[in-house]
Structure formats: structure tokens, C-alpha cells
Ligand binder design. Structure first.
Ligand SMILES: NC(=O)c1ccc[n+]([C@@H]2O[C@H](COP(=O)([O-])OP(=O)(O)OC[C@H]3O[C@@H](n4cnc5c(N)ncnc54)[C@H](OP(=O)(O)O)[C@@H]3O)[C@@H](O)[C@H]2O)c1
Length: 238
């Protein structure tokens, strides 16, 4: 078992996919709010997350998880204590095709990898780690505004969009199966953000997206039913 006994006023948070980009910023934001954060990496190599954990050892600890490896999900579950987290936030995701690639032209292996990571891997992580969350806690998943079928009037990022729509659908099924579960369920849309995945032309800095997004997740504590929300707490059309 890792050092899961640490407590803080604003609780304990598990962030999956946190070596860089939005996941790393979520870890920092929760640490700044006084939470103790367990954050996962998939590779055994130096990262900004490891540097953060060295700088702030009381608030941030690093765990290992590749969400495409089911035995690693089971392994992490076994190393952590049931009901010991107030928030599980699954952030990991990939985009392998260029913005203007036609969906049907995308390489089959890239299509499969995007679906495996963004849909199957995320949902196996939610299913496998749900018991780590307190009965009144929050399970948040990083979706995207691109996952909205209603709002897709421009195309672009066709397969990535499809993975997020499929993820949303899988979370709807999860929520339907857990209708009596008092935990808060959130699909979050952070906006188009300048990260490795978002690219240099994205509209927002990480610092413009994540503080309000975390504030929205926290503001929803105790809310029943699955919601698809943007960083400012506005409902996104399915
Ligand atoms: N940036 C945007 O504009 C934007 C907009 C909407 C939604 N999102 C979503 O936000 C999430 C984070 O995106 P980002 O922009 O921060 O991307 P990023 O900078 O590319 O970071 C992606 C993170 O996911 C991790 N990851 C990828 N595959 C994984 C796996 N199989 N197991 C565990 N971790 C894995 C990466 O770990 P490694 O360092 O090991 O690769 C990295 O920490 C994604 O779900 C993305 O779809 C992003």
C-alpha cells in the first residue's frame, strides 16, 4: 500500500494521466487547494510530474498506471485503500490523426489505439477504480467539447471526436447502471488548450482552463446524476 494515510482539509484526489498537460495542471491546482494528490504516470522516466512530487512531497505522490493494461488497473486498485479518495479524475487521452484527416482514411492501428485509450482504457479505469472513491465522492472524466454530436457543425479531428462521443455514451451507460449511487459523475470539457495534444493553435493557455475547471468539479460535489459540463460549469449539449 502506498502512503494513502495523508489527509488534508480538502481531501484526497486521484488523477490518472498526470505527467504533463492538463492532468499535471489538475494535480497542481488540487495541491494548491490543500488536497493530497496521488497522480499517475505510465512510463518509468523523468517528467514534470516527478519534479512536482519532489518539490511538494507532502501533497503529491506518484503512482504507476497505463490505462490500456487491465492488470495495471487491478494492481493500482490493490495498492490503494477503498473509499480513500474524494475525487477520481481520469484525464489520460491521445489524439493520433491530424485535424483535417478524414475519419475513414485514418490508419487502422491509429484508430484502434485512440479507441482503446480514450474509450476502453478510460472506462476500464473508471470501473476498476470506482471503489477507491468515497460513497459521496466524485468520479470525473476528461471528455471534450469535440465529443458533442449536437455541436459538430464543422467536422475536423473526426476520429478523436468519435472517441469522446463514444466515451460519453459509455459513461451514460455507467450512470444508468449506478442510478442509485450518490457519487457525482462528471464528463468535463476543458476548452481547446495549448498542450502537446491541443497543439500551438489552441485558444487557451492551461492556466485559463484548469483553475476554473477544477472549481467547477468542486462546485458539483454532492450533485446526483451524470453531467457533461464545460470548464465554467455550463452544460454541453450531448
Ligand atoms: N488540450 C486540449 O485542447 C483538450 C481539449 C479537450 C479535451 N482534452 C483531453 O484532456 C486530456 C488531457 O489532454 P492534454 O491536452 O493534457 O494532452 P497531453 O499533454 O498530450 O497529455 C496526455 C496525458 O495522458 C497520458 N496518457 C496517454 N495515454 C495514456 C495511457 N495509455 N495510460 C496512462 N496515461 C496516458 C500522457 O502520458 P505520457 O506522458 O506517458 O504520454 C499524458 O500525461 C485528454 O483526455 C484529452 O483528450 C484536451
Amino acid at each position: 500500500m502506498s502512503s494513502t494515510s495523508t489527509q488534508s482539509a480538502t481531501g484526497r484526489v486521484l488523477v490518472v494521466g498526470a505527467t504533463r498537460g492538463l492532468g499535471l495542471a489538475i494535480v497542481e491546482e488540487y495541491a494548491d487547494r490543500g488536497a493530497h494528490v496521488v497522480a499517475t504516470e505510465r512510463r518509468d522516466e523523468p517528467s514534470a510530474l516527478r519534479e512536482l512530487a519532489v518539490r511538494r512531497p507532502e501533497e503529491v505522490e506518484v503512482e504507476h498506471l497505463d490505462i490500456t493494461e487491465p492488470e495495471q488497473v487491478r494492481g493500482l486498485r490493490g495498492r490503494l485503500e477503498d473509499g480513500s479518495f474524494d475525487v477520481l479524475f481520469v484525464v489520460a487521452g491521445i489524439s493520433l490523426a491530424p485535424q483535417d484527416a478524414i475519419g475513414a482514411d485514418v490508419d487502422t492501428a491509429d484508430f484502434a489505439s485512440m479507441m482503446e485509450t480514450n474509450v476502453l482504457g478510460v472506462m476500464r479505469t473508471v470501473e476498476g477504480l470506482q471503489d477507491l472513491v468515497t460513497p459521496t465522492g466524485t468520479i470525473a472524466v476528461m471528455s471534450s467539447g469535440q465529443g458533442s454530436i449536437c455541436d459538430n457543425t464543422t467536422g475536423g479531428f473526426e476520429v478523436y471526436r468519435a472517441t469522446k462521443s463514444a466515451l460519453n455514451q459509455m459513461m451514460r451507460s455507467y450512470a444508468a447502471r449506478h442510478a442509485q449511487d450518490p457519487r457525482t459523475l462528471l464528463l468535463m470539457a476543458p476548452g481547446w488548450v495549448r498542450t502537446a495534444l491541443g497543439g500551438p493553435n489552441a485558444r487557451l493557455e492551461v492556466s485559463e482552463s484548469i483553475p476554473p475547471l477544477v472549481a467547477t468539479v468542486e462546485a458539483q460535489r454532492g450533485t446526483l446524476g451524470l453531467q457533461f459540463l464545460d470548464r465554467d460549469g455550463r452544460t454541453v449539449a450531448w
